[in-house]
Design a protein around this ligand. Structure first.
Ligand code: GLC
Length: 614
């Protein structure tokens, strides 16, 4: 399961600040400010296929832009920043949840699926965001949380009110183990049953956020299941009414003009009906492995990736496909939060031609390698090129649940250069690219240093080993004003000190910045035919220092991409069949002469070269 993949990096490495200029690149033939892509200037597919070579930008609304000074980002703030996203070349925004919520899990605990949390705005603000984004050819994708609701959702309030409430079966309720023997009859409950009568939790399943996944409900004397926080009871997908309720919610947002959804925690919809215990994972010494919460690590075999998810997604896809035309033309796209163990499991998430499921289940195999290892990158990129039945890959390296790229790939010295390397793998590979707000400027993971400052509850439970996810959710760094231009109030999370050098305003005017690199890469992805639609073929496959591949599409000049994964200069000799051995630079970092021949391409430390084969 994905949370086990989160890595704990020391604060020290996160706080090493780099000078922005270090290793800055020069773009051949493209110096000076980067102009926005004009609609129609891209090689994109029809409106129907808008998603196939798309760039999707994840926004955590709480942290992007505050427009009313309350220290919390909001929808109007996002609307104010749409021109920035347009200039960057973004096709769609994935908004993490902005529905009404008690905010225990910052929006992933939803109490009303058909409204906007007043902290973030109103439905009218949402409609304006969709319309303004649409004018800029940017689509809005919502987060769809179907595994659980908030415990303050009306369904759960009803469900826990009595065992015979019609909503009882909308959630996962079970008796405690060993409780039945001395369970008082319902009519005796008023006499006050001793608390010890609850028995033990039904089995050993655990919450992703620490400790038992079962919460005792004293009023109705049963346990309910919660894969995530106690305040996030899992809904019961064996109940057909849940299916109808979510289809209704999906329709509500599609009719408002959204272009798709990212399905949250989708692999955890079902649990083993027999409630069998999960296996305990042991270490090399044969002893149970213990996680940051002090619990044994379980194998998730009874609560994750059970087969029931496939028919549900086929049903949701068929439902969404009936909305394929309307006020905002083009396919409505289903994205999955799919941390899969291998490429075969990921392939299943696409479904089949007759029974399609996700358009774009996230490939985290490449993005969460968390180590600059050429051979592993090559193997995983090959997997996603060849192992998903010709579907479109969705590469993703970063999100609101994992330490940012500096903490997972950086070396504390060349972090910005390394992020150029990562962005090149992301944006110069075949398929759709998803990145997280702030990646484009090199924002750093900045976790809290004191337990009393932690906002994400799992960071309190797990302190100090697990500090929670605040470090990757700090406010967007716009400029050098107070609070980096995020808010005029007190930001809900502190703005990192690195904001004085890492921010949009500074990078916008620096043609060698990471931001400018992202813009140029995105532009190339859109306008170069091989980069827009060509297949990926790995080159120089024994090299352990440099990852090289060629993008080739019928009728288009091939494009080679080389990325140096090391801090030392490297020289690469390539041969691309059918070419004259010459290359014309499209984009490169400094260091080494301008290559003309594929026979000798010199890359500086963490250097990148993208060239059109002649
Ligand atoms: C997903 C979200 C995460 C959330 C969890 C429970 O993994 O990305 O932020 O806490 O689901 O909804």
């Amino acid at each position: 399961m994905h949370w086990t993949k989160r890595i704990a990096k020391t604060l020290e490495s996160c706080l090493l600040v780099l000078s922005l200029g270090a290793g800055a690149y020069s773009a051949i033939g493209q110096t000076g400010p980067v102009t926005a892509l004009q609609p129609g200037s891209t090689i994109s597919a029809s409106k129907q296929d808008w998603w196939k070579n798309a760039v999707i930008y994840e926004i955590y609304p709480r942290s992007f832009q505050d427009s009313n000074g309350d220290g919390i980002g909001d929808l109007n703030g996002i609307t104010q920043r749409l021109d920035y996203l347009k200039d960057l070349g973004v096709d769609a925004i994935w908004l993490t949840p902005c529905y009404p919520s008690p905010q225990v899990d910052f929006g992933y605990d939803i109490s009303d699926y058909k409204n906007i949390d007043p902290q973030y705005g109103t439905l009218a603000d949402f409609d304006r965001l969709v319309a303004e984004a649409g004018k800029r050819h940017i689509r809005i994708l919502m987060d769809m949380v179907m595994n659980h609701t908030s415990d303050k959702h009306e369904w759960f309030i009803q469900s826990r009110s009595s065992r015979d409430n019609p909503y009882r079966d909308w959630y996962v309720w079970r008796d405690g183990k060993g409780e039945m023997a001395n369970h008082p009859k319902d009519e005796d409950l008023s006499l006050g049953a001793p608390a010890t009568d609850k028995g033990a939790p039904p089995n050993n399943w655990q919450s992703e956020f620490g400790h038992s996944a079962w919460e005792w409900d004293p009023a109705t004397r049963q346990y309910y299941y919660h894969k995530f926080y106690i305040q996030q009871p899992d809904v019961n997908w064996d109940n057909p009414k849940i299916h109808e309720a979510f289809k209704d919610i999906i329709g509500f947002w599609l009719r408002r003009g959204v272009s798709g959804f990212r399905f949250d925690a989708i692999t955890t919809l079902f649990e083993d009906p027999n409630l069998a215990d999960e296996g305990v994972v042991t270490g090399k010494d044969g002893k149970p492995r213990i996680n940051a919460f002090g619990d044994p690590v379980l194998d998730n075999s009874k609560t994750d990736n059970l087969p029931g998810v496939h028919p549900v997604m086929q049903e949701m896809r068929a439902h969404v496909d009936t909305f394929s035309s309307g006020k905002f033309p083009g396919t409505r796209v289903l994205i999955g939060e799919t941390y899969m163990a291998n490429i075969a499991d990921l392939a299943k998430m696409y479904g089949s031609a007759g029974k399609p499921e996700f358009h774009l289940p996230m490939d985290t195999q490449v993005g969460m390698i968390n180590k600059l290892d050429v051979a592993t990158f090559r193997a995983r990129l090959n997997d996603v090129e060849t192992g998903i039945g010709g579907n479109i890959p969705l590469l993703v390296f970063d999100n609101h649940d994992n330490p940012r790229l500096d903490a997972r790939y950086g070396d504390g010295v060349h972090d910005i250069d390394i992020q150029r390397v990562i962005s090149t793998v992301l944006l110069a590979s075949r398929g759709t690219a998803l990145f997280y707000y702030g990646d484009e400027i090199g924002m750093k993971t900045t976790p809290p240093t004191r337990k009393e400052d932690v906002k994400d509850p799992m960071g309190v439970t797990g302190w100090p080993k697990e500090k929670g996810r605040d470090g990757e959710r700090t406010p967007m760094q716009w400029d050098v004003r107070a609070n980096a231009g995020f808010t005029k109030g007190l930001p809900w999370l502190p703005v990192p000190p690195s904001a004085s050098t890492i921010n949009v305003e500074i990078e916008k005017f620096n043609p060698n910045s990471l931001l400018a690199w992202y813009q140029r890469l995105i532009r190339l992805k859109k306008i170069n035919p091989a980069l827009a639609r060509g297949e990926n073929v790995m080159l120089d496959t024994r090299n352990t220092k440099v990852l090289s591949w060629v993008r080739q599409a019928p009728g288009a000049s091939a494009v080679v991409v080389l990325v140096n994964f090391t801090a030392e200069p490297q020289t690469v000799r390539l041969s691309v069949s059918g070419s004259g051995g010459k290359t014309r630079t499209l984009l490169k970092t400094p260091g080494g002469a301008e290559p003309v021949s594929l026979d000798q391409i010199v890359l500086g430390p963490f250097g990148v070269y993208i060239g059109e084969v002649q």
